[in-house]
Design a protein around this ligand. Structure first.
Ligand code: BTN
Length: 279
């Protein structure tokens, strides 16, 4: 694979035909090779993951060639307490890449519906998941690996769950042409370059304001692109507890702010959200 467009954006881009997990590969490479060999915006991409990892210890598996599997190493100029913004920015960047592809085809644009981020880490199109983000801090705290999986050619039968979708199912012409099989190199490069360029722009702004997402205008952009806001939600908290309410906003640390039916607010840093209207 050549990846001419994507290589023009990444500092370094490594493609492997098959691997266990691009997040694991990039983390080990960054630990072993150090900052000089693995600078900010180093990218690892594959066509097939045999041990792909999702959030909360879940698996992320998809047929060979059916998806974009990409990990980006970021070395942000921001305090550690602000790094929770990075997966949100990655989700926003992916939602822009997906929306860009869909709006280029009249049929896909008509069928697609709203593209946006489901807090904290999913990209949805018309309430169906098309992409997920797994963000991991390097053990020496010198960077963050942000890994994304994007469903490209998967057919309905190949989807892991009914609540997922793919670019092919949404009518993207190139993905549809390869439905059920492997995407072609030019399309993969086009989609990857859209994602990398959107992410680079967002992360540049994040760094320029020392990780202050509000000052950088990123809090506002993420709120505008977040399909969770305004919805009645159930939040499944990491310890197993639950919080019910209406998602109101995203605060300065990237936490979601929920208002309960008693009018109390809670800011939540981590959890799985269920959009109740769409259950
Ligand atoms: C989720 O929704 O649970 C997050 C899924 C993240 C999957 C991507 S695919 C590329 C990178 N490598 C991995 O092993 N995981 C992430």
């Amino acid at each position: 694979m050549e990846f001419a467009k994507s290589k023009a954006i990444a500092s370094k881009l490594v493609w492997v035909a098959e691997t266990g997990s691009t997040n694991s590969d990039l983390i080990s490479a960054a630990i072993t090779g150090g900052q000089d060999n693995w600078p900010d915006f180093s990218v690892y991409v594959t066509g097939f993951q045999t041990a792909g990892r999702g959030r909360d210890g879940r698996q992320w598996l998809a047929p060979a060639g059916s998806s974009l599997f990409v990990s980006v190493l970021l070395r942000p100029l921001a305090p550690i307490e602000n790094l929770g913004w990075l997966p949100l920015l990655a989700g926003l960047a992916m939602s822009r890449a997906v929306a860009g592809r869909l709006t280029e085809s009249a049929e896909a644009a008509q069928n697609a519906g709203r593209v946006g981020v489901k807090w904290p880490n999913d990209v949805l199109v018309a309430e169906k998941k098309i992409s997920g983000v797994l963000s991991e801090l390097l053990p020496d705290l010198s960077g963050v690996v942000v890994g994304s999986g994007l469903n490209l050619t998967l057919t309905r039968e190949q989807l892991p769950v009914e609540t997922a979708t793919s670019l092919a199912l949404l009518g993207d012409p190139a993905a549809t042409a390869h439905a059920g099989g492997a995407i072609d190199a030019a399309t993969l490069d086009d989609i990857l370059s859209r994602y990398l360029s959107a992410l680079r722009e967002l992360v540049n702004d994040f760094n320029a304001f020392g990780g202050d997402a509000a000052l950088a205008g990123l809090q506002n952009q993420v709120e505008l692109g977040c399909v969770t806001l305004g919805q009645a939600v159930r939040v499944i908290l990491p310890g197993g507890g639950e919080q019910w309410g209406t998602a109101k906003s995203i605060d300065g640390q990237g936490r979601i702010v929920i208002e309960t039916s008693q009018g109390q607010t809670a800011s939540i840093a981590a959890g799985d959200i269920v959009h109740l209207r769409h259950q």
